[in-house]
Design a binder for this molecule. Structure first.
Ligand SMILES: Nc1ncnc2c1ncn2[C@@H]1O[C@H](COP(=O)(O)OP(=O)(O)OP(=O)(O)O)[C@@H](O)[C@H]1O
Ligand SMILES: [Mg+2]
Length: 264
């Protein structure tokens, strides 16, 4: 087994909007090559945690560090360098509707690389090929399906070959077949880009299919109550809330989900 190489460390993080604390006492490590799942029920703070990890929101307390450099205490230059290593697909996908798919993916390339128009166009086609959208350059987001829009969003998130890719609810709103194709695509991208993936989701099928590491946020206790390999949590975590979530029981029965896991 390879020795884990930490890439991202969250330490004693408290997250708040104004003086309303959403979660506190978050401490965990994401290792290089992980597909790290942030899980928990609706409204527990998953997207908020992602916003802290990508530098959009400052901790109320605690730190988020990349390879030992704290995102919020770094110099302006170091911080920009760290942000440049990240790719993000936000919840909802959010492509610019007035731009073609190619124009959407070109935006980060034009902003952050010295590539000329022809090189950018080649790069866009390469990224579209990686997500299975060859030939859709000139389509507008409204002209393609929801699943294709998610994949186009992923193509934009990987435009700059991120070391670490953050994805918020990639399969929500997709039917089980497309949700499972999205899981396969995320694993392929992790392998082909050699990157690390942090994925926010409450879809059980995705959690077990792709996650090798995780953190579980509890909305009631406002803190993390488990972390580690989701399969091991299912087998070995005694916390009733974690078991209820992973088996879709109790208050989690009505959480939307893909295919339920079979006998485990
Ligand atoms: N901009 C904001 N200002 C104030 N409160 C907010 C803001 N964004 C989110 N919240 C609150 O913070 C809590 C966590 O929200 P967040 O969106 O992080 O949850 P989530 O786990 O991603 O939920 P979902 O599963 O529905 O996507 C919720 O109670 C939400 O109402
Ligand atoms: Mg969310």
């Amino acid at each position: 087994m390879n020795i884990p190489q930490p890439i991202l460390q969250v330490s004693e993080l408290t997250m708040a909007y104004g003086d309303i604390v959403i979660q506190s006492g978050l401490t965990f490590t994401v290792n290089r090559g992980d597909i790290f799942v942030v899980m928990g029920g609706s409204g527990c703070g998953k997207s908020t945690l992602l916003r802290h990890m990508v530098g959009l929101k400052a901790p109320f307390k605690g730190t988020v560090s990349y390879e030992g450099v704290s995102l919020w205490e770094a110099s302006e230059t170091d911080r920009a360098g760290l942000l440049r290593k990240m790719g993000v697909l936000y919840q909802g996908g959010a492509l610019w509707s007035s731009m073609t798919i190619a124009e959407n993916i070109s935006v980060p390339l034009e902003a952050y690389t010295p590539l000329n128009r022809r090189e950018i166009s080649e790069m866009v086609s390469l990224k579209l090929a990686l997500v299975g959208l060859t030939g859709f350059e000139e389509y507008y987001p409204s002209e393609i399906s929801g699943g294709m829009r998610k994949r186009a969003g992923l193509a934009r998130a990987i435009a700059l070959d991120p070391e670490i890719l953050f994805i918020d609810e990639p399969s929500s709103g997709l039917d089980p077949v497309n949700a499972s194709l999205m899981d396969d695509l995320i694993m392929e991208l992790r392998d082909s880009l050699g990157s690390t993936v942090v994925m926010v989701t409450h879809e059980l099928a995705s959690i077990f299919a792709v996650g090798n590491n995780s953190v579980f946020l509890d909305a009631d206790r406002k803190t993390m109550i488990a972390h580690g390999d989701p399969d091991e949590l299912l087998r070995g975590c005694s916390d009733p809330a974690v078991q209820a979530f992973l088996r879709r029981q109790g208050k989690y029965v009505h959480e939307k989900s893909g295919i339920e896991p079979l006998e485990r």
